[in-house]
Design a protein around this ligand. Structure first.
Ligand code: E4P
Length: 220
């Protein structure tokens, strides 16, 4: 399973990249705003800075919600760097735009997916990725991970090449469940990724190894 980091924070992106296991980055307008990145030029420069850090797919989201606007914005974003993936919302004009981008060879990530039907439509339009929001479904007492299973089954039934990008991942159990199901990608915060490092028995075991090594060195 590919690991993407879901943030616009350059220090966190750098930290995840330095771990050596990062495959890509997803951003959204809320994440950009959280970092105080406002204004067209600053947003564009921020995408360029992310592309300098990570050599992998970088999702950059359009703001326009009409067909012509999505095409204009998406083409400009795609021209920034070969690794840019145009993130398009799951709306009627978004699906039409994904079909157009696919024909132009522009990679897309269909975002704000909350049902298998939406994922199926995006796959039929040729989306490179679909982003079902696992955590936000859990937030409203609906099983987000179950949606990943449903989409996996449907895509496998028909051999769709669209990759399932489990989004809105909040914690390590989301990551593990998505990996069990066979999600192609997961995107989550740095905290969820680094939480996979930890186990108390690892800490206890390492402390004992080091203590035994010290003891043996003293008696040698
Ligand atoms: C998807 O790509 C979104 O950026 C993201 O995963 C949303 O996550 P959130 O529900 O934690 O805001």
């Amino acid at each position: 399973m590919k690991f993407f980091i879901d943030t616009a924070n350059l220090a966190e992106i750098q930290e995840a990249n330095d771990l050596g296991i990062l495959d890509g980055v997803t951003t959204n307008p809320s994440l950009m705003a959280k970092e105080g990145i406002t204004g067209h030029e600053n947003v564009i420069n921020h995408y360029k800075a992310i592309c300098e850090i990570v050599d992998g797919p970088i999702s950059a989201e359009v703001i326009a919600t009409d067909y012509a606007g999505i095409l204009a914005e998406g083409e400009a974003l795609a021209a920034l760097h070969p690794n840019i993936v145009v993130k398009v919302p799951m709306i009627r004009d978004g699906i039409k735009a994904i079909k157009y981008f696919t024909e132009q060879g522009i990679k897309t990530n269909c975002t704000l997916i909350f049902s298998a039907g939406q994922a199926l439509l995006a796959a039929k339009a040729g989306a490179t990725y679909v982003s079902p929001f696992v955590g936000r479904l859990d937030d409203i007492s609906t099983d987000g991970v179950e949606l990943i299973s449903q989409i996996r089954l449907i895509f496998d039934n028909y051999g769709y090449e669209t990759q399932i990008l489990a989004a809105s991942v909040r914690h390590p159990m989301h990551i593990l469940k998505c990996a069990e199901i066979g999600s192609d990608v997961m995107t989550g915060p740095l905290s969820a990724i680094t939480a996979l490092l930890n186990h108390p028995l690892t800490d206890i075991g390492l402390a004992k190894f080091l203590a035994d090594h010290q003891k043996a060195a003293k008696t040698a």
